[in-house]
Design a protein around this ligand. Sequence first.
Ligand code: CA2
Length: 147
Amino acid sequence: MSKPIYILNGPNLNLLGLRQPEIYGAQTLEDVALALADLADELGLSIRHLQSNHEGQLVDWIHEARGAAGGIVINPGAYSHTSVAILDALNAYDGPVIEVHISNIHKREAFRHHSFVSARADGVIAGCGTEGYLLALRRIKTLLGGK
Ligand code: CA2
């Protein structure tokens, strides 16, 4: 069995579907996790779906991913725009990394236009709603090829 793909979600994403549907859509994080699990089955992948509101916990999971994960899909939430610690952790991880933003961060406030994580990501998906997670998983599958 191949290594699981880690799906990492940062702060406040546990509120998905519960507030601000005009920005983040109606799906809950649980809905996203179920859709990802279905797609993973179809692609012959497995996933480990995680969410934390704490920067250090996300860093710890990225460390755990070294040697344990076949790839990482990450929506770092607001930490995208602030966290050198998450960037440094991802730089110590060797597999494919796709960064996801549900909203189009480039259409929003200027402080959301820069993401530290993008300097490491192999691809960035923004503004595709929660479908972005599914697109990211498909891209990981492509990048892994036969691995
Ligand atoms: O568009 C994205 O996915 C973001 O990463 C989401 C972050 C935001 O800080 C980034 O700039 C862009 C915020 C996640 C907050 O999620 C909520 C979901 C529902 C209700 C309230 C917050």
